[in-house]
Ligand binder design. Structure first.
Ligand code: CAA
Length: 261
């Protein structure tokens, strides 16, 4: 891999987009490597994933403008599909994904962060969808996910004006869950990932599926999705162990790690 660093740290793993000379902009090669990296995540042992950018300045400064500048209509559509397919793969990955946004998250960078389950950022982070200033629409899911995350009014304002927002405003509008001093961002993401990884993995995965799938349908159907995934947990060893541990009043007993089965 030239542009992606993948590191498994026990029960969680970190994907770092590493094309620092272009502020980690996403060209086709980066997208292809990201796609392969996601495919290779060992879902038996990795229970949470972190996505971040290399360097202190940028998460991802967007799709590669040089590469896009000469695209035809059909090529533009194909490039959009390439980004959408990779980001959708991340969004629907069975395990939770945390975006640790360490600087510019513009265009495709903001879109990448929005395909993750949770976003936290450093205090120098800048979010935005500057595409209309380049003569294009957001093309890696921005027109869809931003409206779902911050509401259509705010999403439309950000997209139509192409105005970038800083970390504090991203926090205020609910685009990120927390803002950290730069050096504390990755440790905070890792602490969160480790905390998630300690919980019953099948239950966590079922929560992700229930939330994601439930958001796409009406409440009656959504609650049926929840009931099925809730019921599914009762077939697991982890449910039996987790509840037995709670019910056992022996205070000396130490909780064992969940077995993922
Ligand atoms: N594509 C290609 N190269 C990029 C890039 C991008 N999106 N963003 C930054 N770079 C490159 C710059 O061209 C520059 O390269 P050189 O050193 O070879 O000149 C290098 O990264 C450093 O960038 P700057 O010198 O511009 O750094 P800066 O600190 O002055 O500015 C910035 C930083 C404000 C992020 C600025 O680089 C910028 O505005 N970048 C473009 C952001 C953008 O418009 N992103 C959206 C792209 S469109 C998109 O993503 C479509 C979609 O939805 C799929």
């Amino acid at each position: 891999m030239e542009f992606i660093v993948y590191e498994q740290k026990g029960a969680y793993a970190v994907i770092t987009i590493s094309r620092e000379k272009a502020l980690n902009a996403l060209n086709s090669a980066v997208l292809e490597e990201l796609d392969k990296t996601i495919d290779a995540v060992d879902l038996q042992t990795v229970r949470c994933l972190i996505v971040t950018g290399a360097g202190a300045k940028s998460f991802v400064a967007g799709a590669d403008i040089g590469e896009m500048s000469t695209l035809s209509k059909a090529e533009g559509e194909a490039f959009g599909k390439k980004g959408n397919d990779v980001f959708r793969k991340l969004e629907t990955l069975p395990i939770p994904v945390i975006a640790a946004v360490n600087g510019f998250a513009l265009g495709g960078g903001c879109e990448l962060s929005m395909s993750c389950d949770i976003r936290i950022c450093s205090d120098n982070a800048v979010f935005g969808q500057p595409e209309v200033g380049l003569g294009i629409t957001p093309g890696f899911g921005g027109t869809q996910r931003l409206a779902r995350l911050v509401g259509p009014g705010m999403a439309k304002q950000m997209i139509y004006t192409a105005r970038n927002i800083k970390a504090d405003e991203a926090y205020r509008i609910g685009l990120v869950n927390g803002v950290y001093p730069q050096e504390e961002l990755l440790p905070a993401a890792e602490k969160m990932a480790a905390g998630i990884a300690k919980n019953a993995p099948i239950a966590v995965r079922n929560c992700k599926r229930a939330i994601n799938n439930g958001l796409d349908v009406d409440m009656d159907e959504a609650l049926i999705i929840e009931e099925k995934l809730f019921g599914n947990c009762f077939e697991t060893e982890d449910q039996k162990y987790g509840m037995a541990f709670f019910l056992d009043k022996n205070k000396e007993k130490v909780k064992e790690p969940f077995k993922n089965c």
